[in-house]
Design a protein around this ligand. Structure first.
Ligand SMILES: *[C@@H]1O[C@H](CO)[C@@H](O)[C@H](O)[C@H]1NC(C)=O
Ligand SMILES: *[C@@H]1O[C@H](CO)[C@@H](O)[C@H](O)[C@H]1NC(C)=O
Length: 329
């Protein structure tokens, strides 16, 4: 699937309707999680964060918190997107027991972006060149979580779809794909993919587990045009995050565990990879996302305002936790 995604991303065919694909620089790396651990310093594990600079320990819409109002910049290419997106971070565990943080690298075409992720919003499957369906953009205050930091088995991970790792030969050659951490050294590093659910209950901006207000399609998939269930009838854009982790500097097999197991671990303490998860807080200005989804945007989007990569790189969030980032997990 991902080789087709890459072909689409390069514009090998030009559909009529909306697909956004844009880079966001890293705005901070710190142990905060305003969705799952609001008010808690530090949160349970380390995160890498992109988007608006209003990211903070607590971001409660019930208390009037508004990402658009509070942000003065964003690390994303589309300058009306003050949303926050974050994932855990990855460490390499050396034989001597020390943990080294795996760096993130930008994708081809946006090489000067500092770390960060590639973000997609789609009206249809990425490899479906028609891109003709309607979606309802997220509402102010909307947030969600995909995946589960506590999961450690493949069976548990089946509950989620499309949380994958690509063991990359190079950035242009994206195979093979795994549900857990790739078991072998990967020459081009890893691409970690997070695809969020695409059906909403139409009422709740959040839910106690941050997941049950959204759902996967009742049958089929978003890609196959599967219908949303009656409990979650509102069809959302497909939000997808791609993060490239440069595991290649840790490819020396002599540094890997003698028993042949793989040496990487999520900041959550998971060495299986099955706990892959990502968080989203919607923060597009006014109706900018809906307008984009309703127009003929493909990768680039003339109806949206953009900024330069150097401006993106300048938008950072201060370190509020103040702890060393390497060696901890
Ligand atoms: C975080 O929130 C606190 C309390 O509202 C505020 O004083 C501080 O300026 C915020 N930090 C950032 C980086 O926005
Ligand atoms: C542990 O091993 C790694 C290489 O595998 C090395 O870079 C690091 O300096 C070592 N740390 C200590 C504390 O010896």
């Amino acid at each position: 699937m991902h080789s087709k995604i890459f072909a689409a991303a390069l514009g090998l065919f030009a559909p009529a309707n909306a697909l956004l694909r844009f880079g966001c620089a890293q705005s901070s790396v710190q142990r905060l999680d305003p969705l799952v651990n609001p008010g808690q310093i530090p949160s349970s594990h380390l995160h890498q964060i992109i988007g608006g600079n209003s990211f903070n320990v607590t971001m409660d819409p019930a208390k009037g918190f508004d990402l658009v109002q509070k942000s003065t910049c964003t690390s994303c290419q589309f300058s009306e997107d003050f949303s926050n997106y974050w994932t855990a971070t990855i460490f390499f565990r050396a034989r001597n027991g020390s943990f080294m943080r795996v760096p993130q690298i930008p994708q081809q075409g946006i090489e000067s972006t500092k770390g960060g992720m590639m973000v997609y919003y789609m009206t249809d499957a990425l490899f479906d060149n028609a891109q003709k369906s309607k979606v309802t953009a997220f509402k102010p205050g909307f947030r969600m979580l995909i995946g589960d930091a506590t999961i450690r088995t493949r069976d548990q991970a089946r509950r989620f779809r499309q949380l994958t790792y690509i063991c990359m030969e190079s950035q242009a050659n994206r195979a093979p794909e795994y549900i857990g951490f790739p078991p072998m050294p990967c020459k081009g590093g890893w691409m970690v993919n997070h695809l969020f659910p695409t059906c909403w209950d139409g009422k709740n901006l959040d839910s106690p587990d941050h997941r049950s207000h959204v759902s996967y399609p009742e049958s089929g998939t978003f890609e196959s045009g599967g219908p949303c269930p009656a409990t979650h009838p509102v069809r959302l854009p497909q939000l997808m995050l791609e993060t490239v982790w440069d595991t290649s500097k840790f490819n020396n097999k002599n540094d890997w565990p003698a028993d042949g197991s793989q040496p990487f671990v999520w900041s959550s303490g998971d060495s299986t990879g099955f706990s892959s998860h990502a968080d989203y807080m919607f923060g597009w200005k006014d109706d900018s996302l809906q307008r984009a989804m309703d127009s003929s945007c493909y990768v680039n989007c003339p109806t949206l305002k953009t900024q330069s990569i150097s401006q993106q790189n300048k938008c950072t969030v201060p370190d509020m936790v103040k702890e060393p980032l390497d060696g901890c997990k």
